[in-house]
Design a protein around this ligand. Structure first.
Ligand code: CTP
Ligand code: CA
Length: 236
Protein backbone atom coordinates (compact mmCIF):
# COMPACT_ATOMS: atom_id res chain seq x y z
CA UNK A 1 0.00 0.00 0.00
CA UNK A 2 1.25 3.52 -0.72
CA UNK A 3 2.88 5.32 2.17
CA UNK A 4 0.99 8.43 3.27
CA UNK A 5 3.54 11.17 3.79
CA UNK A 6 3.30 13.12 7.02
CA UNK A 7 2.94 16.82 6.13
CA UNK A 8 6.11 18.73 7.02
CA UNK A 9 4.09 21.82 7.87
CA UNK A 10 6.14 22.57 10.98
CA UNK A 11 9.51 22.43 9.19
CA UNK A 12 11.66 25.40 10.14
CA UNK A 13 9.61 26.03 13.29
CA UNK A 14 10.87 25.69 16.83
CA UNK A 15 8.28 24.55 19.32
CA UNK A 16 8.46 24.32 23.08
CA UNK A 17 6.14 21.95 24.92
CA UNK A 18 5.85 21.47 28.66
CA UNK A 19 4.37 18.24 29.97
CA UNK A 20 3.69 16.29 33.12
CA UNK A 21 2.60 17.08 36.64
CA UNK A 22 5.05 19.02 38.75
CA UNK A 23 6.17 17.59 42.08
CA UNK A 24 6.58 19.95 44.99
CA UNK A 25 8.86 18.49 47.65
CA UNK A 26 7.82 18.47 51.27
CA UNK A 27 10.69 16.48 52.78
CA UNK A 28 13.36 14.18 51.29
CA UNK A 29 10.84 11.37 50.72
CA UNK A 30 7.56 13.19 50.03
CA UNK A 31 6.05 15.55 47.50
CA UNK A 32 2.72 17.11 46.55
CA UNK A 33 1.77 15.96 43.08
CA UNK A 34 -1.15 15.43 40.74
CA UNK A 35 -2.50 12.76 38.44
CA UNK A 36 -1.28 14.21 35.14
CA UNK A 37 0.48 11.48 33.16
CA UNK A 38 2.14 13.80 30.66
CA UNK A 39 0.81 11.71 27.76
CA UNK A 40 -0.95 14.56 25.94
CA UNK A 41 2.15 16.78 26.11
CA UNK A 42 4.38 13.94 24.93
CA UNK A 43 1.99 13.27 22.03
CA UNK A 44 2.14 16.98 21.10
CA UNK A 45 5.94 16.88 21.14
CA UNK A 46 6.13 13.66 19.12
CA UNK A 47 3.62 14.82 16.49
CA UNK A 48 5.39 18.20 16.12
CA UNK A 49 8.71 16.41 15.57
CA UNK A 50 7.13 14.11 12.97
CA UNK A 51 5.80 17.20 11.15
CA UNK A 52 9.28 18.68 10.93
CA UNK A 53 9.54 20.98 13.96
CA UNK A 54 12.56 21.41 16.17
CA UNK A 55 11.05 20.35 19.48
CA UNK A 56 12.09 21.05 23.07
CA UNK A 57 10.08 19.20 25.71
CA UNK A 58 10.30 20.49 29.28
CA UNK A 59 9.06 17.54 31.25
CA UNK A 60 8.18 16.60 34.79
CA UNK A 61 6.87 13.24 33.59
CA UNK A 62 8.75 9.93 33.71
CA UNK A 63 7.58 8.79 30.26
CA UNK A 64 10.35 7.73 27.85
CA UNK A 65 11.79 10.47 25.61
CA UNK A 66 9.91 10.83 22.30
CA UNK A 67 12.05 10.27 19.18
CA UNK A 68 13.76 13.33 17.78
CA UNK A 69 12.87 15.61 20.69
CA UNK A 70 15.25 17.41 23.07
CA UNK A 71 14.02 16.74 26.61
CA UNK A 72 14.78 18.99 29.59
CA UNK A 73 13.83 17.24 32.83
CA UNK A 74 12.38 19.22 35.71
CA UNK A 75 10.53 18.41 38.89
CA UNK A 76 9.02 21.52 40.47
CA UNK A 77 6.98 24.43 39.10
CA UNK A 78 9.91 26.78 39.79
CA UNK A 79 12.27 24.56 37.79
CA UNK A 80 9.70 24.28 35.01
CA UNK A 81 9.37 28.07 34.93
CA UNK A 82 13.15 28.57 34.74
CA UNK A 83 13.51 26.02 31.93
CA UNK A 84 10.52 27.32 29.93
CA UNK A 85 11.56 30.97 30.22
CA UNK A 86 15.09 30.03 29.08
CA UNK A 87 13.79 28.21 25.97
CA UNK A 88 10.85 30.48 25.07
CA UNK A 89 12.82 33.24 23.27
CA UNK A 90 13.70 30.83 20.44
CA UNK A 91 10.26 29.22 20.18
CA UNK A 92 7.70 30.07 17.48
CA UNK A 93 5.10 28.19 19.53
CA UNK A 94 4.95 27.50 23.26
CA UNK A 95 2.47 24.87 24.44
CA UNK A 96 1.92 24.67 28.19
CA UNK A 97 0.53 21.16 28.56
CA UNK A 98 2.15 20.68 31.98
CA UNK A 99 -0.07 20.33 35.03
CA UNK A 100 1.70 22.97 37.10
CA UNK A 101 0.98 22.72 40.83
CA UNK A 102 -0.88 25.83 41.94
CA UNK A 103 0.71 25.63 45.40
CA UNK A 104 3.89 24.30 46.95
CA UNK A 105 4.83 23.68 50.57
CA UNK A 106 6.04 26.95 52.09
CA UNK A 107 9.05 25.17 53.54
CA UNK A 108 11.10 22.13 52.61
CA UNK A 109 11.88 20.07 55.70
CA UNK A 110 15.39 18.71 55.24
CA UNK A 111 14.72 15.57 57.25
CA UNK A 112 11.90 13.07 56.94
CA UNK A 113 8.91 14.38 58.90
CA UNK A 114 8.29 11.87 61.70
CA UNK A 115 5.08 11.18 63.53
CA UNK A 116 7.04 11.85 66.69
CA UNK A 117 8.02 15.42 65.63
CA UNK A 118 5.07 16.79 67.58
CA UNK A 119 2.10 15.26 69.32
CA UNK A 120 -0.56 16.11 66.73
CA UNK A 121 -1.03 16.02 62.98
CA UNK A 122 1.28 18.26 60.99
CA UNK A 123 -0.20 21.31 59.24
CA UNK A 124 1.40 21.93 55.85
CA UNK A 125 1.49 25.59 54.92
CA UNK A 126 1.26 26.22 51.17
CA UNK A 127 2.29 29.16 49.02
CA UNK A 128 1.26 30.03 45.45
CA UNK A 129 3.43 29.03 42.53
CA UNK A 130 4.04 31.55 39.73
CA UNK A 131 1.64 31.44 36.76
CA UNK A 132 4.03 30.52 33.96
CA UNK A 133 1.49 30.66 31.12
CA UNK A 134 0.28 34.13 32.09
CA UNK A 135 3.89 35.30 32.32
CA UNK A 136 4.74 33.87 28.88
CA UNK A 137 1.67 35.52 27.36
CA UNK A 138 2.34 38.89 29.00
CA UNK A 139 6.06 39.09 28.15
CA UNK A 140 6.39 37.73 24.63
CA UNK A 141 10.02 37.25 23.79
CA UNK A 142 9.56 36.60 20.08
CA UNK A 143 7.39 38.46 17.58
CA UNK A 144 4.43 36.44 16.31
CA UNK A 145 4.96 33.74 18.90
CA UNK A 146 1.86 31.60 19.47
CA UNK A 147 1.22 30.80 23.13
CA UNK A 148 -1.05 27.83 23.84
CA UNK A 149 -2.54 26.86 27.21
CA UNK A 150 -4.37 23.79 28.38
CA UNK A 151 -7.31 23.67 30.73
CA UNK A 152 -9.05 20.72 32.30
CA UNK A 153 -12.43 21.98 33.45
CA UNK A 154 -15.63 20.68 34.96
CA UNK A 155 -18.97 22.42 34.68
CA UNK A 156 -20.46 23.61 37.97
CA UNK A 157 -23.01 26.02 39.42
CA UNK A 158 -20.90 28.99 38.22
CA UNK A 159 -20.94 27.95 34.58
CA UNK A 160 -20.34 25.35 31.89
CA UNK A 161 -16.97 23.93 30.90
CA UNK A 162 -16.76 26.47 28.04
CA UNK A 163 -17.79 29.39 30.28
CA UNK A 164 -14.90 28.57 32.60
CA UNK A 165 -12.59 28.05 29.63
CA UNK A 166 -13.43 31.41 28.03
CA UNK A 167 -12.78 33.15 31.34
CA UNK A 168 -9.46 31.33 31.67
CA UNK A 169 -8.38 32.23 28.11
CA UNK A 170 -9.04 35.90 28.87
CA UNK A 171 -7.32 35.73 32.26
CA UNK A 172 -4.20 34.03 30.92
CA UNK A 173 -3.88 36.20 27.81
CA UNK A 174 -2.74 33.28 25.66
CA UNK A 175 -3.69 32.85 21.98
CA UNK A 176 -5.19 29.38 22.11
CA UNK A 177 -6.63 27.34 24.96
CA UNK A 178 -7.04 23.57 24.57
CA UNK A 179 -9.98 22.60 26.75
CA UNK A 180 -10.74 19.13 28.12
CA UNK A 181 -13.81 18.25 30.07
CA UNK A 182 -12.69 16.22 33.07
CA UNK A 183 -14.60 13.87 35.29
CA UNK A 184 -13.82 10.92 37.47
CA UNK A 185 -13.19 8.57 34.55
CA UNK A 186 -12.18 11.15 31.93
CA UNK A 187 -8.77 12.19 30.69
CA UNK A 188 -6.35 11.50 33.52
CA UNK A 189 -4.02 8.68 32.53
CA UNK A 190 -6.27 7.61 29.67
CA UNK A 191 -5.17 7.33 26.05
CA UNK A 192 -8.23 9.08 24.63
CA UNK A 193 -9.22 12.69 24.79
CA UNK A 194 -12.03 15.02 23.63
CA UNK A 195 -11.12 18.68 23.32
CA UNK A 196 -12.23 22.06 22.07
CA UNK A 197 -9.60 24.62 21.10
CA UNK A 198 -10.57 28.22 21.85
CA UNK A 199 -8.88 30.83 19.66
CA UNK A 200 -8.69 34.35 21.09
CA UNK A 201 -8.16 35.92 17.64
CA UNK A 202 -10.57 38.46 16.33
CA UNK A 203 -13.75 39.46 18.02
CA UNK A 204 -15.22 39.54 21.47
CA UNK A 205 -15.91 35.86 21.68
CA UNK A 206 -13.21 33.26 21.02
CA UNK A 207 -13.60 30.99 18.00
CA UNK A 208 -14.29 27.37 18.97
CA UNK A 209 -12.56 24.53 17.13
CA UNK A 210 -14.10 21.23 18.25
CA UNK A 211 -11.58 18.51 17.48
CA UNK A 212 -12.66 14.98 16.63
CA UNK A 213 -12.42 12.76 19.70
CA UNK A 214 -9.53 10.37 19.46
CA UNK A 215 -6.30 9.17 20.89
CA UNK A 216 -3.94 11.71 22.41
CA UNK A 217 -1.86 11.43 19.22
CA UNK A 218 -4.90 12.24 17.06
CA UNK A 219 -5.83 15.13 19.34
CA UNK A 220 -2.23 16.39 19.16
CA UNK A 221 -2.46 16.39 15.35
CA UNK A 222 -5.70 18.41 15.57
CA UNK A 223 -4.09 20.94 17.92
CA UNK A 224 -1.13 21.39 15.56
CA UNK A 225 -3.58 21.92 12.66
CA UNK A 226 -5.10 24.85 14.56
CA UNK A 227 -1.65 26.17 15.50
CA UNK A 228 -0.29 26.00 11.93
CA UNK A 229 -3.31 28.00 10.68
CA UNK A 230 -2.58 30.56 13.39
CA UNK A 231 1.09 30.77 12.36
CA UNK A 232 0.12 31.18 8.70
CA UNK A 233 -2.40 33.91 9.55
CA UNK A 234 0.27 35.84 11.44
CA UNK A 235 2.82 35.51 8.67
CA UNK A 236 0.37 36.66 5.99
N1 CTP B 1 -0.32 27.05 34.34
C1 CTP B 1 0.91 27.67 34.50
N2 CTP B 1 1.36 28.00 35.74
C2 CTP B 1 0.60 27.74 36.83
C3 CTP B 1 -0.66 27.11 36.68
C4 CTP B 1 -1.09 26.78 35.42
O1 CTP B 1 1.58 27.93 33.50
N3 CTP B 1 1.06 28.07 38.03
C5 CTP B 1 -0.80 26.75 32.98
C6 CTP B 1 -1.02 25.27 32.69
O2 CTP B 1 0.14 24.68 32.17
C7 CTP B 1 -2.14 25.32 31.67
C8 CTP B 1 -2.91 26.58 32.03
O3 CTP B 1 -2.03 27.38 32.83
O4 CTP B 1 -1.64 25.52 30.37
C9 CTP B 1 -4.18 26.38 32.77
O5 CTP B 1 -3.94 25.64 33.95
P1 CTP B 1 -5.09 25.55 35.01
O6 CTP B 1 -4.61 24.76 36.18
O7 CTP B 1 -6.32 25.11 34.29
O8 CTP B 1 -5.24 27.11 35.37
P2 CTP B 1 -5.24 27.87 36.74
O9 CTP B 1 -5.04 29.30 36.41
O10 CTP B 1 -4.30 27.25 37.70
O11 CTP B 1 -6.74 27.71 37.21
P3 CTP B 1 -7.45 26.69 38.25
O12 CTP B 1 -7.68 27.51 39.46
O13 CTP B 1 -8.70 26.31 37.49
O14 CTP B 1 -6.53 25.53 38.48
CA1 CA C 1 -4.31 25.04 38.37
Amino acid sequence: SPAVATPQDLAGRTVLVSAGGTREPLDPVRFLGNRSSGKQGYALAAVAASRGADVVLVSSSSLPDPAGVRVVRVETAEQLRTAVLAEAPSADVVVMAAAVADFRPARFTDHKIKKSDDGGSPVIELVRNPDILAELAAHRTRPGQVVVGFAAETGDAQGSVLDHARAKLARKGCDLLVVNEVGVDKTFGSDDNTVVVLDAAGGERPVEHALDPGTKTEVAAGVWNVVTRRLAARAG
